[in-house]
Design a protein around this ligand. Structure first.
Ligand code: FAD
Length: 626
């Protein structure tokens, strides 16, 4: 939906976030009117400018002119042989954890970041909240979002851009629970210093959108209480969390955190795809250490296919750090010979460290949603409200994509309301090609009303069901085969049923009944519509609405919170060092056993800062000054 149509489709009042609350202070009616007029003019001007800036339907992933504002950004092709040697830290992946980690380490040490994607700056699909769904539907080969379909039949995506997931995600920002921090074994004091470091730079309080206000009220009416107001903290009840979009809907990302680094020490190469870690076995004097493979650098390719090497300097504490995400990090370890011997040998990859656990134990939190058609179009919103229940089910919502005449003709996103129209295609044919065909031929003929409504989502914590990834060959460009085994653990299924029942209570509240076409839909009707609206490649059953368990299994999608593959104690130790190797760590979501909080990005960014500070303090003691 475009910015101007938002003006007409507004159907509920906005709530003020705490930091932006104003007090009535004008003394005369005349002053009030002048202020009102001024505010109106400014708002109209801003809307006009936003509309101008927004290019709905753009497939562009334009190269930006790096240099001026971002002196540390360079194209990988500009990397010369002379620069090859001499970095204190080489970070693979300039994503959600890689950027804060690099910024922090560069305070005192030389840091090279290698990112396979391009720059996020200047790409309207990344920058503008209202283009969220358009960004996801850009499946061109160098787009920031790289789609994949897990063997479970669920359409998913991974980031391929500087800033990683924070450039393509829904932007909701919320911390992990204190219990989570304790279980992982993090230093709580440093955790509580690291979250604010991120928050001060890129996190905002939302102006609560109408659909999100409705969810807040519906949750409270349905007993998901108390209301905890605006907070980043993980508290039972209902709350409004932070977002990485500012009040103009402009996205701030982990890439922005690089600005907190030391420009003299920081170099970020874009379109640098790391193919493997370079190990050497020669080391220091101790016998067992001599035999321990030591990371000394990496090999990467630039955009033109030219191969380069980047090496660590001779410092004993210099390191290669993988921050390539839950798919990228285990993939790269395996490509470099760290993984299950049998699997690596089959692919002809020389084994450096035999470790059965690399790429195993991966999980994705299943998402099930109810689509609710509404009387009037609802303004677009991504996640702002969440209900946190004791059984470990989180209720969230999104609304109103593609309601403008323009966007109906253009693109659609994997999780947008309009995707429901794909149900006209038989399940077996709901492939990425079908999505493209739908976009080209079918969508433009559908009535506008078909796109009217919003989703209420339930995500379960954990989860307990696990899968893993498997390499297809030794080429980093070939996506690994990923399986999540959704609902293979019975407790996950029980949680999903609880979540659907919780949504049922919410949609039956007066607040939601007032929004729907016939005053209230029965739950069966809503489940039926949601089965129809569902997009995954899982065959549907006739009892989908009679059995909530079946509904959960058949309509499972993703909220893109997949994690694991390099678990602590199995692939890395408590300091995130790769077990059996020297000078090699993994710092990203692949190390999580469970997804943190209701949504993970806050904790992934926090972790980057946290580990950066830990490393600096270990090397420099008090002199680290952080
Ligand atoms: P990433 O951020 O993915 O970083 C990995 C980086 O490594 C990428 O930039 C990638 O290009 C790069 N890379 C990979 N392989 C290589 C290689 N071989 N060479 C060089 N570079 C490489 N979380 C929330 O909290 N709130 C939300 O609202 C939310 N919504 C989401 C919506 C979507 C569509 C998605 C995809 C995710 C969402 N998430 C959300 C989840 C969150 O964004 C991710 O969990 C988080 O970004 C993962 O961070 P990471 O550092 O582990 O990986």
């Amino acid at each position: 939906m475009d910015a101007t149509s938002g003006l007409f489709f507004e159907i509920y009042s906005m709530d003020d976030p705490p930091a932006q609350k104003t007090t009535a202070s004008s003394s005369s009616g005349e002053e009030d009117f002048t202020v009102f007029l001024m505010e109106l003019l400014i708002k109209l001007l801003l809307l006009f400018l936003t509309a101008l800036k927004t290019t709905q339907g753009s497939d562009s992933c334009n190269e930006v002119k790096h240099g001026h504002g971002y002196p540390y950004l360079h194209e990988a092709s500009s990397f010369s042989q002379a620069e090859e040697e001499g970095f204190d830290y080489i970070i693979v992946g300039g994503g959600t954890s890689g950027c804060p980690l690099a910024a922090t380490l560069s305070r005192n040490y030389s840091v090279l970041v290698l990112e396979r994607g391009g720059s996020p700056y200047g790409n309207p699909n990344i920058s503008h909240m209202q283009n969220f769904h358009i960004g996801l539907s850009d499946t061109s080969p160098s787009a920031p979002s790289q789609p994949f379909i897990s063997t479970d039949g669920v359409i998913n995506t991974r980031a391929r851009v500087l800033g990683g997931g924070t450039c393509i995600n829904a932007g909701f920002y919320t911390r992990a629970s204190q219990r989570y921090v304790k279980t992982v074994g993090w230093d709580a004091k440093l955790v509580n210093e690291s979250y604010p470091w991120v928050e001060q730079r890129i996190v905002h309080w939302p102006e609560v959108a109408p659909w999100q206000a409705a969810l807040r009220d519906g949750l409270l009416e349905a007993g998901v209480a108390p209301f905890n107001g605006y907070t980043y903290n993980h508290l039972y009840g209902t709350k409004i969390g932070g977002i990485i979009f500012d009040k103009d809907g402009f996205r701030h990302t982990a890439a922005d955190l690089l600005a907190a680094g030391n420009n003299d020490n920081l170099k970020v190469l874009l379109h640098a795809t790391v193919e493997r870690i370079i190990f050497e076995r020669r080391g220091n004097n101790v016998y067992w250490r001599r035999r321990r493979p030591t990371a000394v650098g990496v090999e990467f390719k630039d955009n033109s296919g030219k191969r380069h090497r980047a090496l660590l300097n001779g410092g004993r504490q210099s390191e290669v750090i993988l921050s390539a995400g839950a798919i990228g990090s285990p993939q790269l370890l395996q490509l470099s010979g760290v993984g299950p011997r049998k699997e690596l040998k089959k692919l002809g990859i020389p084994v450096v460290i035999d470790n059965l656990h690399v790429g195993k134990g991966m999980a994705d939190n299943p998402l099930n949603s109810i689509f609710m058609p509404t009387k009037k179009p609802v303004r677009q919103s991504l996640i702002q409200t969440v209900g946190i229940t004791h059984p470990g089910v989180f209720i969230e919502a999104s609304s109103g994509f593609s309601q403008s005449p323009n966007s109906i003709k253009c693109h659609h996103g994997i999780m947008s309301a309009e995707i429901g129209q794909l149900s006209t295609i038989p399940p077996g044919q709901r492939s990425l090609e079908a999505v493209q065909k739908y976009k080209r031929e079918i969508k433009k003929n559908l009535p506008k009303e078909a796109f009217q409504g919003g989703f209420i989502l339930e995500k379960i914590s954990g989860p307990l069901s696990h899968g893993g990834l498997r390499l297809v060959n030794g080429d980093v460009h070939t996506p690994p085969v990923v399986t999540f085994n959704y609902f293979s653990h019975p407790e996950d299924l029980q949680r999903c049923v609880y979540g659907v029942r919780s949504i049922e209570r919410v949609v039956q509240t007066k607040r939601f009944a007032d929004l729907t076409v016939n005053d209230a839909y029965t739950m069966e009707a809503l489940l039926n519509m949601s089965v129809q609206a569902n997009v995954n490649l899982i065959p549907k059953h006739t009892n989908d609405t009679a059995s909530v368990e079946q509904f959960c299994r058949d309509t499972v999608t993703t909220i893109w919170h997949y994690h694991g593959g390099c678990h602590i104690g199995k692939v890395v130790d408590g300091e995130y060092r790769v077990i059996g190797a020297a000078r090699l760590r993994v710092v990203d979501g692949s190390t999580f056993n469970k997804s943190p909080g209701t949504n993970p990005q806050a904790t992934v960014m926090m972790m980057g800062r946290y580990m950066g500070v830990k490393i600096l303090r270990k090397r420099l003691g008090r002199a680290a000054g952080v």
